[in-house]
Design a binder for this molecule. Structure first.
Ligand code: PGA
Length: 269
């Protein structure tokens, strides 16, 4: 009996978090990339399940594992506010695209979010801005929330073009009409900061987020969360998450250890 009541309370808690989306929320996304194993996926899922019970309701944890683990994780997290996301989807719903996964299939497996346009997809798989736009569109039409990644290279930053490059990516990758009626998350990930241990200054992050946020509001008519990604770890998470216009973080390497992911979540203001 006690178990049933506890489960009901869990479900209500999770529903509350889903319905009450607000710009005061903070989103902590784990991007596991092509790392881990079934055993690690289970360990990190169990750890996030416990962690979420102790976090304030405005902090949303989203785990993006390799797609083969999505179903089992989504089942294990059914009664938890922790959400599961995919790292990529195809631009079409179905068809002769050997080896690919569609947004509807990912949604059916239990994903609520999907990362699109990560710089590693752009670099290693030749994804273009047009692909990213189409992936974001199909994700929205399949009721997934796209986490759309943009970010400049080191060369572009050094030449003083970071803002212009990011603005051009926004114009090319964000499906503004659809986004004006649904939820999207924008991830600012300077390419040179990913996996490098280097991050922009907090002032640079805040300024880029402000510009992105203004662009999103001007073009969709709604405020949209803008999260930061690139070498976020237990040590720097707090100052990044406290920065103005930062609504969360996208974490790669540090999300693969329960302790560091927990420390990042706990550092969230
Ligand atoms: P990192 O990766 O945290 O390991 O730098 C971030 C990302 O690629 O999303």
């Amino acid at each position: 009996m006690l178990e049933i009541v506890k489960t009901l309370l869990d479900v209500l808690g999770s529903a509350k978090r889903w319905v009450c989306w607000s710009m005061k929320n903070k989103v902590i996304v784990a991007n596991w990339k092509m790392n881990g194993s079934q055993a690690l996926a289970r360990e990190l899922t169990a750890s996030a399940f416990q962690l979420a019970k102790t976090l304030p309701a405005h902090i949303q944890l989203i785990l993006c594992p390799p797609a083969v683990y999505i179903y089992e994780m989504a089942q294990a997290l059914k009664s938890s506010p922790v959400a599961v996301g995919a790292q990529n989807c195809h631009t079409q719903i179905s068809g002769a695209f050997t080896g690919e996964l569609s947004a509807s299939q990912l949604g059916e497996a239990g994903a609520k979010y999907v990362i699109v346009g990560h710089s590693e997809r752009r670099k290693y798989f030749g994804e273009t801005n047009a692909d990213v736009l189409n992936k974001a569109k199909i994700a929205i039409t399949q009721q997934l929330i796209p986490i759309i990644c943009v970010g400049e290279s080191l060369e572009e930053r050094q030449q003083g073009n970071a803002q212009a490059v990011v603005q051009a990516q926004l114009e090319a990758c964000v499906p503004v009409e659809l986004a004006s009626q649904s939820q999207i998350i924008l991830a600012y990930e300077p390419i040179w900061a990913i996996g490098s241990g280097q991050i922009p200054s907090v002032a640079e992050i805040a300024s880029m987020h402000q510009k992105i946020g203004e662009w999103l509001f001007a073009n969709t008519g709604r405020p949209m969360p803008v999260i930061y990604g690139g070498s976020v770890n237990a040590e720097n998470a707090r100052e990044i998450l406290k920065a103005a216009h930062v609504h969360g973080v996208l974490v790669g390497g540090a999300s693969l250890k329960a302790e560091s992911f927990e420390a990042i979540a706990r550092a969230t203001p």
